[in-house]
Design a protein around this ligand. Sequence first.
Ligand code: BES
Ligand code: ZN
Ligand code: ZN
Length: 492
Amino acid sequence: MIRFSTTSRPDSDAPLAVFVHPSGAVLRQIPSSLTLPSSLLTTAREDGFEGKTGGSFLLRNPSGQPSSRLLLLSVGTGAANDPAVYRHCAASAARRAKDAGWETLSILIPSNIKDPGLILQAVTEGILLGSYSYTKYKNVSKPSKSLQNVAFVVPSRLNPRRAQGNIQRGSIAADSVIYARDLINESPSQKTPDTLAGLARGLACPSIQVNVFGKKDLLRMKMMVLLGVNRGSAHPPAFVHLHYRPKTKARKRLAIVGKGITFDSGGLSLKPADSMTTMKSDMSGAAAVMAVFKALPLLKPAVEIHGLIPLTENMPGDDACKPGDVLQAMNGKTIEVLNTDAEGRLILADALSYASTLTVDEIVDVATLTGACTIALGREYAALLGNDTALKNRLKEASRLSGEKVWELPLEKNYRDHILSDVADLKNMGNPGEAGTIIGGVFLQEFIGQKKWAHIDIASVSWTKKGNALCPPGGTGVMVRTILNYILGRTA
Ligand code: BES
Ligand code: ZN
Ligand code: ZN
């Protein structure tokens, strides 16, 4: 637990972090209530402080300073008003604090930036996300010293009440991301559909109603595709319907759908061993939806929100769905399963059919859908597709503010040919090597009826092998903050 506070003056015993940017050959402090002499920055530069974004440098015993340890955080040459830059810097500071065993840290929030409140929220997120590690299965005791108090030295133009609100929103968002990461990093055998549905039940509260549908319900509801994908698994499927209702009149009604494959072996179209090692993360969409619902009662948006999560393993058990099998989705369309590893679009076919029966204005799904997403965009971008420009624009704005990058791909009508089957209405894969991520979207579009809808393919960003300042190796919890911004109508 890290306690955050605001102050107008740094604590002289704590290390003090300040933001700097390299301008030409010199480093300049981004103005705040306190000014460092440029000689200190020159010293840092001479001692090898490079100044790329997120870089940090510790100055010990700088003369005439409010603290005996100054931690310089470089915002790099990027936009000085971009919250993502400060989030990144704060995460580096948190790692540095962890490595050094600091229990307290003061951070100077710059005053000459457009919106110091937004930056304060981003810095709070950065500190919490940068401090995250997954230790559940590690036989090492917690380090005796960890970061416990962070004091923000805030500019006088930011009123303390507002500043508290920004810190609170940052903490709520980061706690939700961490909740998602913990779910993603959990062992696949410890998070069967039943277990995750149980955790979803735990999200129930006065503003959230939770319904969990089991195998019998799914039969009755004609979710034969979800049941079909489940046939190779020893664990029954589940379908979770979370429903958040605001106290005041809802400004809008949304459905958020998350792919919940608790382990993707590929089914009978078995994945190679190397591709399977990270497939416990194939429920990252589901984790994002649950994490969003964890935050809703705290953020209290005036929006009615349905969270829909189809849950199953994708396994090659005795009765597994076979290539060539035809399954019928809840909306009546039939699908020839040609590759059992393209199971995400299958379970989403039922989940989106269900979503399209609800009274909602917009549907957004989040899914680790296609490996092709990484081929197209690399590991920095999620793919965004959809049938409504205004909705896509709002998601882009939300993503700009969260720093979780999305890039739009076209939902090309002419590619519909690729998924037409000889024996059924549709088949679950297109032409190998051709626009795999777009084909995923084109397939999903068959199940959304007339609704406004957007699809976010996070297969490229749901997992980090190397880790980065904001996230150690493992599940990233990506899109939790973007979806929260979208729900709250926040833009950068
Ligand atoms: N879960 C995978 C997609 C994935 C790949 C997520 C890598 C994260 C990292 C999905 O179910 C899958 O296997 N998709 C196939 C689709 C193909 C068979 C049409 C793929 O991408 O190869
Ligand atoms: Zn798969
Ligand atoms: Zn999958």
